[in-house]
Design a protein around this ligand. Structure first.
Ligand SMILES: Cc1cc2nc3c(=O)[nH]c(=O)nc-3n(C[C@H](O)[C@H](O)[C@H](O)COP(=O)(O)OP(=O)(O)OC[C@H]3O[C@@H](n4cnc5c(N)ncnc54)[C@H](O)[C@@H]3O)c2cc1C
Length: 388
């Protein structure tokens, strides 16, 4: 029976970056079991926003490290990283948001991220295509950007294969049996043994994998949807900076010659099906449209190139999970931010496995035990996912 030091369940951004860092740090016998194909899940359906403007220390640091790690991997492989640096404005719509955003600037600066608060008058000079009379200001980070998710999936898959990781595709994990030392893992491609097992199975698996060993992993899935416009109105410069209207749950970024707009309906319910691909909610799209057309009038009447949905992962506080709830069984989840945090989450999971600790991140923002006493910390800079 094949046996491994670490067997990772899930070949998405989180599982693959974990394998990469374990291999980089000298571990040789690593397997990744993926039900479909590497990157097939939430990872390649995402918008790829990489934002360092998080709402908590963990969120900020994971964004900062991940941005650097994407670029480092591109250099290491001699390939493009897939990361495009355009800057990001997060818009405040209410006095409460304005006050909260200004406080967050201090936190982000303390974490080493370049972040400033800008008043509408300054913003109107910088981005005249936005109707700033609708907003009370914005925070800004010049070196935020986005990744093309399929390029990220290509790079990290290439990197793990090059490092000698055994990647089993079309390999669904169905049972996990704890042994006196380690675990026996039954899959559709045979049975494996491993000293340690990592649950990185994302929105469509993390909870179920936890259940196989009797652990409650509060990772759920909800619909999130995107439209992309093949052309860019003349008012918007090429590689225009990204915009996030937090209060309405939509964001905008460049996409090839055009642009991409992502949105989450605050009334969205958890989706209990096993699907990554969900129905597009055109009704919600039409209801939200007047808002973005009022914010950026140049978007009016722009033809659509593609529209798609994906099941996005979320945790109750939008923060990640990096933990070992039972000896040798680890849980890694991104709380819906797996493109902006994936590389750093993989790095931190490797650290937990090899060093038995996670440095530089507050325990109360990453451990599973926080959900027994909820409400202490929350990443407020997140899409309006369901709260259960
Ligand atoms: C439309 C959309 C837009 C998004 N935009 C952004 C964004 O702009 N920025 C951002 O940071 N995040 C974004 N996200 C969220 C981000 O995509 C996810 O947080 C991230 O991809 C999670 O990575 P993962 O590896 O945990 O999950 P996944 O990519 O889903 O990978 C988990 C893998 O586990 C596999 N698996 C499940 N069960 C089993 C099993 N039993 N056996 C074997 N394998 C199994 C699945 O097939 C899957 O491939 C978006 C998500 C969506 C859907």
């Amino acid at each position: 029976m094949p046996s491994y030091d670490v067997l990772i369940i899930g070949g998405g951004n989180l599982g693959l970056w974990t394998a990469y860092f374990l291999a980089k740090r000298g571990l040789h016998r690593i397997a990744v079991c993926e039900r479909y194909w590497a990157g097939f899940g939430a990872t390649t359906r995402s918008a790829g926003i990489v934002r360092q403007q998080g709402g908590s220390e963990t969120a900020v640091k994971l964004g900062k490290w991940s941005r650097e790690l994407y670029q480092e991997l591109g250099r290491e492989l001699g390939l493009g990283s897939g990361f495009v640096e355009v800057g990001y404005y997060v818009l405040a719509s209410t006095p409460e948001e304005r006050a909260a955003f200004q406080e967050l600037v201090t936190l982000r600066q303390r974490c080493g991220v370049e972040n400033t608060w800008l008043e509408p008058s300054e913003l109107a000079q910088r981005l005249p295509f936005v109707d700033w009379s609708r907003y009370l200001g914005a925070t800004y980070t010049p070196n935020d950007g986005f990744v093309y998710p399929h390029i990220v999936a290509r790079n990290i898959t290439h990197a793990v294969l090059r490092a000698g990781v055994a990647l089993f595709e079309e390999c669904e994990v169905q049972e996990i049996e704890p042994l006196a030392s380690g675990y026996r893992v039954r899959t559709t491609r045979g049975t494996f043994e491993a000293e340690r097992v990592v649950d990185a199975a994302g929105p469509r698996g993390a909870r179920r994998i936890g259940e196989l060993v009797g652990i409650d992993v509060p990772v759920s899935a909800a619909r999130h949807q995107i439209v992309s416009f093949p052309t860019r109105p003349a008012d918007l410069p090429a590689n225009f900076p990204m915009l996030f209207v937090l209060a309405k749950g939509y964001y905008l970024r460049p996409d090839e010659h055009g642009l991409l707009l992502g949105m989450s309906n605050p009334a969205e319910q958890p989706d209990p099906t096993d699907r990554f691909l969900l129905e597009f909610d055109w009704d919600y799209f039409e209801r939200l449209k007047p808002d973005w057309e009022a914010t950026i009038p140049a978007l009016r009447g722009l033809p659509i190139g593609r529209a798609w949905t994906g099941s996005i992962d979320y945790t109750p506080d939008h923060l990640p999970i990096i933990d070992e709830p039972r000896f040798g069984f680890y849980v890694l989840a991104a709380g819906g931010h797996g493109m902006m945090w994936g590389p750093a989450l993989g790095m931190k999971m490797a650290e937990l496995i090899l060093d038995e600790r996670v440095s530089d991140l507050p325990d109360e923002e990453i451990r599973l035990s926080r959900f027994q006493e909820p409400g202490k910390v929350r990443d407020a800079i997140a899409l309006p996912f369901p709260t259960r």
